[in-house]
Design a protein around this ligand. Sequence first.
Ligand code: ZN
Length: 343
Amino acid sequence: MRRRAVVCLGVMMVVSAVIGAGPAAWPGKAQAPSFDGARAFAHVERLVALGPRPAGSPALRQARAYLTRQLASLGLTVQEQPFTASTPVGPVEMVNLIVRLPGDRPERILVAGHYDTKPMREPFVGANDGGSSAAFLVELARVLVARPQALTYEIIWFDGEEAFCEGWTECGSAARPDNTYGSRAYVDAARAAGALPSLKALVLVDMIGDRQLEIRRDTNSTPWLVDTVWAAARRLGHARTFVERDLAVEDDHLPFLQAGVPSVDLIDLDYPAWHTPADTIDQVSPDSLQIVGDVLLDALPAIERGLTGSEKSEVRSQEFQKLRSSKFELRSSKFSALLTSYF
Ligand SMILES: [Zn+2]
């Protein structure tokens, strides 16, 4: 334990040096708990023990009760967002779960994942697919609730991410897809409430417990958010997990991107047990959950700074320094492209 504390302190010092001077992003950080992959893993075990948890099932109701109890034990009130989804098997009652952690400012950063498992004929307990994201967010809530935030955080457990038909786009239509029911319901509700402008960013996690975790850069995600998370991964020495390879992913972040909310999806789709009965607890590793927890918690202050402007101006001034010291004439088009990318 002691050794670990020393190592953590070393990492924090390196991180502060990299980030540079300025007020601490999280003044209470020293007292706040850090992410515990073993705790997150224990939540996965409890969810998996409930069996298959497709949208509308009694087991998913039990999962909701479990998540709600865990969050209540952290002193958090869970807000339920019920809705009726029109699916290929008829109307299905679904419920998103939302926890809000008020910050200094009302603008919101959303951290979300799905907690349903894919409806399948074979027994499918979705340890990684559905279990890992739901469990991860409970542990993240435990850490975030103890940290003062510049912006308000919302942690969201989406219902009905999975398609009812076997294929992702096998049923439904572009306007009414057979997937992402919960995230679309959330965005619709925010739009109806006039709350879309307050949603500043979404970080989505999905299938982040694979013991051979390798997360690629999703090309549908917002580039500066991807860059910010990958920079945190490099700082913490996790470049072998957050790899420099691209992949285009369709997931619960798409409705947010379509609504203009910058979003990043952290997902490992290279998972042999994906949508098979082999997606069981032995495929999930506390270490993988730990890595994603550490990286995300390191990236969040930088994301906050990116949203509140301080990061942008810092990057901007560095770029201006570079331009001024450059011995080469920059073509005006390249110069304006550079400016556009930072303003
Ligand atoms: Zn799935």
